[in-house]
Ligand binder design. Structure first.
Ligand SMILES: [Zn+2]
Ligand SMILES: [Zn+2]
Length: 537
């Protein structure tokens, strides 16, 4: 039996764990790789997935970093079933279409630029048709009911408490010729006890192999009370200055958690009387799906709903579906709260709101989710003085707030508590879905506390899992070579162009004055670009 790590290996995005056993090939999750061009180029690596040979997918939850490449699988010949929970089917219907829309928009944006430069046209990663075709493969399953997608492979979805319909997987695989099944647990994204809308994560039974996420492997979250206080403080800061509070938030779950918190602040009399714009068509749609499945939310939320309150509504809440309405928010003067996507500020309408507000003293930008390496969100959180958004350098004068307490991921101690409930001395633990530092810290802690073997797989790494009385983990090195930019080559290219420029300018200085001014302006622009780059390095 083999497992290959096609994503979320020493990173947080692109979750996909491909298993081969009994002549079957199937994967847990099939997520989009996000965060910088080096990581995102992995989305194009279709050969690594071999979609036409995949028998089925098991999907833990609807977030794009776990599902975003499913339409690409269908586009390239995947014919099997995609199993997930019932609410995940509804959520994927909107999430995958939204993702296809983004892919098409980005390709058409690039193509307009490319045609102007006389360059070749690019194809979107996948289209709306591919997304719609993918929906036909979805099979909705209930929590806690075992099913057998292929002979000898038994699977149960359990409540992970991360987002609506999220699950971790318990799996038993009986390998041909063996007399005892191997047990697996895949944590998916693990939620937190006492989170705002979701139930506490379930506890799995004993397992031989545990694949556990490690996003916050080196950090704990603050409690709910101080999280609400921080949000109230950010709002009151910008309210006093007559400026806006911009909240980049993932459309799915984080937006609903923010609405729920704003509702709570309103009930406590701590929300000023200002408009709240929900500026994300996707968030508006996913909020509707939350309303459809109250049974999948925690008891507190169900009690509020039963008492006639809608915990996701506010008297001043305004939905902006169209682009024109969205742009109008920027001409609205006065204090307001704007919730918009994407959560890491790397795409979507949030970029416009950041462009219009980041430079304004008194404004607030409140980050409420994980910011992956390479994203604009991460750069802002890490203290950048200016940031490039949609081709423009924007100075950062707004107050930046990072409120970790909204996280729908377990923090370090919460992961440890969960693992501690079922880990046994023979369990082999693999850390996935986390950045290196978080993984190293968590690995050390797990080894020390539970005395078990812990592995941190690399991207494309392949591991053989055996069960002959005892378990063996044999790791093949990832075929990918170490990445290193050839700065020498790159800069000598820049230098030779500079030398050529110098020679050409001698000739330009004999041309007409308007032509010389034109060349001068271009060089001033070039210097500006270089300066901006230097200040960001
Ligand atoms: Zn997630
Ligand atoms: Zn995730």
């Amino acid at each position: 039996m083999k497992i290959q790590f096609l994503g979320a290996a020493q990173t947080v995005t692109g979750s996909c764990h491909m298993i081969e056993v009994n002549g079957k090939r199937f994967a847990v999750d099939c997520g989009m790789h996000q965060g910088g061009s080096a990581i995102e180029s992995r989305n194009e690596n279709v050969e690594a997935y071999r979609p036409e040979e995949v028998d089925f997918f098991l999907i833990t939850h609807a977030h794009i970093d776990h599902t975003g490449l499913l339409p690409m699988m269908v586009k390239h010949g995947f014919k099997g079933e995609i199993y997930c929970t019932v609410p995940t089917v509804d959520l994927l219907e909107v999430m995958l279409q939204d993702s296809a829309h983004i892919q098409e928009m980005e390709a058409s944006f690039k193509n307009t630029k490319n045609s102007r430069k006389g360059l070749e046209q690019v194809e979107p990663l996948y289209t709306m048709d591919d997304a719609l075709a993918t929906l036909k493969h979805l099979r909705g399953m209930e929590y806690d009911r075992m099913f057998e997608p292929a002979p000898g492979i038994k699977v149960v979805f359990r409540d992970a408490g991360h987002i609506l319909g999220s699950s971790f997987l318990e799996m038993q695989i009986m390998e041909e010729g063996k007399d005892k099944p191997v047990r697996f647990v895949f944590s998916g994204d693990l939620g937190r006890p006492d989170s705002l809308l979701m139930s506490d994560p379930d506890i799995p039974g004993e397992t031989d192999y545990l694949f556990v996420e490690s996003t916050y492997g080196n950090r704990n979250h603050k409690d709910e009370g101080s999280t609400l206080d921080e949000l109230a403080e950010a709002i009151s800061y910008s309210y006093r200055h007559g400026e806006k509070v911009i909240i980049p938030a993932f459309a799915l779950e984080r937006t609903q958690a923010i609405l729920y918190s704003l509702n709570q602040l309103r009930r406590e009399g701590r929300l000023p009387d200002i408009p709240v714009f929900l500026d994300s068509p996707l968030a508006i749609r996913t909020t509707e799906i939350f309303r459809k499945y109250p049974d999948y939310q925690d008891e507190e939320t169900q009690a509020l709903i039963a008492a006639g309150d809608d915990p996701l509504d506010l008297p001043n809440l305004r939905y902006t579906l169209s682009t024109a309405e969205s742009q109008n928010i920027n001409s609205y003067s006065g204090s307001a709260i704007v919730i918009s996507a994407s959560g890491m500020a790397n795409a979507g309408r949030i970029r416009h709101h950041l462009k219009h507000n980041l430079w304004r003293a008194g404004a607030s930008v409140v980050f409420v989710g994980y910011q992956a390496i390479g994203t604009p969100g991460r750069k802002i959180v890490d203290g950048a003085k200016s940031i490039r958004i949609m081709g423009e350098d924007i100075t950062i004068n707004a107050k930046i707030w990072t409120i970790g307490g909204f996280s729908s991921h377990a923090g370090q101690s919460e992961i440890m508590d969960w693992v501690g409930e079922f880990v046994k001395p023979h369990t082999k633990v693999f850390l996935i879905h986390g950045e290196e530092k978080a993984q190293e810290d968590l690995a050390a802690l797990i080894k020390q506390k539970f005395a078990v073997d812990v592995f941190i797989p690399e991207y494309l790494e392949e591991t053989t899992l055996e069960v002959d009385g005892k378990l063996v983990v044999e790791t093949l090195p990832a075929p990918e070579t170490v990445h290193r930019v050839d700065w020498e080559l790159l800069l000598s290219d820049t230098e030779s162009k500079m030398a050529l420029l110098r020679r050409k300018l001698e000739e330009v200085s004999r041309r007409s004055w308007p032509e010389q001014v034109d060349a001068r302006d271009r060089i001033v622009e070039l210097n500006g670009e270089l300066l901006a780059l230097l200040s960001q390095l």
